[in-house]
Write a protein that binds this ligand. Sequence first.
Ligand SMILES: O=C(O)CCC(=O)C(=O)O
Ligand SMILES: [Fe+2]
Length: 213
Amino acid sequence: MKRAVGADMDPATRLRSAPGTQRVPLRELDLFIYRNFLGEAECALLRDLIDERRRPSTIADDQGDARFRTSETCDLDGDHPLVAAVVAKLSDLTGIPASHGEPIQGQRYAPGQEFKPHTDTFNPGGADYFEHCADSGQRTWTAMLYLNQPDDGGATRFKTIGKTVQPETGKLLVWNNLSANGTPNPATLHQGMKVRKGTKYILTQWYRERPVG
Ligand SMILES: O=C(O)CCC(=O)C(=O)O
Ligand SMILES: [Fe+2]
């Protein structure tokens, strides 16, 4: 049985039938790629917004490694018309109500910065699991949009399944973090590889089991 995520239809079914989405053929997880989700002009505007308001990225569990996630994060203003339009467009594509989305964020990686292998779910065995999941539940789906293509490096690598995705301006990745039984799927382990040259900008929208806020 598929986990209820507040959507009328299972997001994988919806994404499979959406024109322009490509399902990566994998047994282990539902991973979709959608090119040109946004155009260059919109991506450029979002990159500017990220540059204006960035702070060091944080992480729920850095596994004792201060260098685990070295990027910068921007809490985007959900009232900005372009940001609001992107949130609505993601909800329309996935069928997951925008109310289940955490506040959408931008991430910026300078040369040498990375996000080491992790899953986007909160660890059910972790000390802070209840604090993170009490209200809105576990993370379900992740939507990640590349806002540019750095000159070198910065790919997203799913280690366990051996799949590497190269950043391209406007390209969207969407995947289900949970297995069919609703528990975190270990095959979703992924990393933002080190940027070697240039700067990498992405948007991240994480969805929860229940409405957020
Ligand atoms: O930067 C990437 O390619 C991956 C980012 C990521 O995994 C995240 O923000 O959760
Ligand atoms: Fe991630």
